[in-house]
Ligand binder design. Structure first.
Ligand SMILES: C[S@@+](CC[C@H](N)C(=O)[O-])C[C@H]1O[C@@H](n2cnc3c(N)ncnc32)[C@H](O)[C@@H]1O
Length: 272
């Protein structure tokens, strides 16, 4: 056992901002930083920076999951399709920058993207953030199994309570999708605004993830705005890079442009 690594993990997990991050993920990042930094102190700092880029940057304040759940519970009686429940989902989604940016386009987003796809089976939501709360907007059969992954333990507990409350089949799971890409077969995988975050930590991670996912359809998207709201040809840069990955694999894709997001519906080979 590397004592320095254990000290680093304890230091990172004792900070308020990172205490809910998966310890395995902190270990993976910490081990890498210890190998390239001159000392423990700089490795702790670099690990926190990497965790900020990966997820912390999208939560501008700690999310009060207990309060969110109470709000959802108060509106759940009419079922997950009711406008009261949807309104509560919208309020909760506003707490995460990524889902907040999508609120503007939510009424169109999934109906346009998923039209014509199978509506039942299993859907993976990879590096999900609070996107599972958009489930009432997705044209999926009620019994479609929804499996969501992210690195925050408190968020994952909350999402499991959300599924139970809304009566949705499925579960949320703590998983580092860089070190451990999902291997469950599915009918559709959502990989929304996530590849750039993974690439910032590991340049090969996007390609590895896309290859590993066992679903015939991938819905992949990129932010069309920076976190600060500026446009800088960023979406064009992501698109060029992503199209290269698609070309190398010979996977056809349909492109969809939204005000805050650029999406691709990708046909992977049939894996069933
Ligand atoms: C830009 S947000 C996108 C969230 C969601 N997919 C959406 O579109 O609203 C990036 C998400 O990736 C998660 N994430 C970052 N690195 C991850 C990893 N290695 N494994 C799993 N999730 C990760 C973050 O916690 C964050 O929720």
């Amino acid at each position: 056992m590397d004592a320095r690594l254990e000290t680093l993990i304890t230091a990172v997990l004792s900070s308020a901002k990172y205490r809910h991050v998966s310890p395995e993920f902190v270990r993976a990042i910490g081990a890498r930083e210890l190998a390239i930094r001159p000392n423990l102190k700089t490795a702790v700092k670099a690990t926190k920076n990497a965790l900020h880029q990966a997820g912390g940057a999208f939560q501008d304040a700690p999310i009060d999951y207990a309060r969110a759940l109470t709000r959802l519970r108060e509106t759940a009686a009419g079922g997950p399709s009711s406008s009261a429940f949807r309104d509560a989902c919208r309020v909760v989604m506003a707490a995460h920058t990524s889902t907040r940016e999508r609120l503007l386009i939510l009424d169109d987003f999934y109906t346009r993207l998923l039209a014509g796809l199978p509506t039942s089976g299993r859907v993976l939501d990879i590096a999900c953030g609070l996107n599972p709360l958009a489930r009432p907007w997705m044209p999926l059969a009620p019994d479609t199994e929804y499996v969501a992954y992210d690195i925050y333990t408190d968020q994952i507990d909350f999402l499991n309570s959300f599924f139970a409350l809304a009566g949705y089949a499925g579960r949320a799971e703590v998983r580092d999708v860089i070190g451990c890409p999902p291997d469950e077969p599915a009918d559709l995988a959502l990989i929304l605004k996530t590849l750039p975050c993974l690439e910032a930590l590991d340049r090969q991670a996007p390609a590895r993830l896309l290859d590993a996912v066992r679903a015939p359809w991938l819905l992949v998207s990129f932010p069309a705005q920076t976190l600060g709201g500026r446009r800088k040809g960023m979406a064009a840069h992501y698109e060029t890079h992503f199209r290269q990955l698609l070309r190398e694999r010979n996977w056809p894709a349909e492109r969809f442009e939204f005000e805050t997001e650029l999406a691709f519906l990708v046909r992977k080979e049939d894996l069933h």
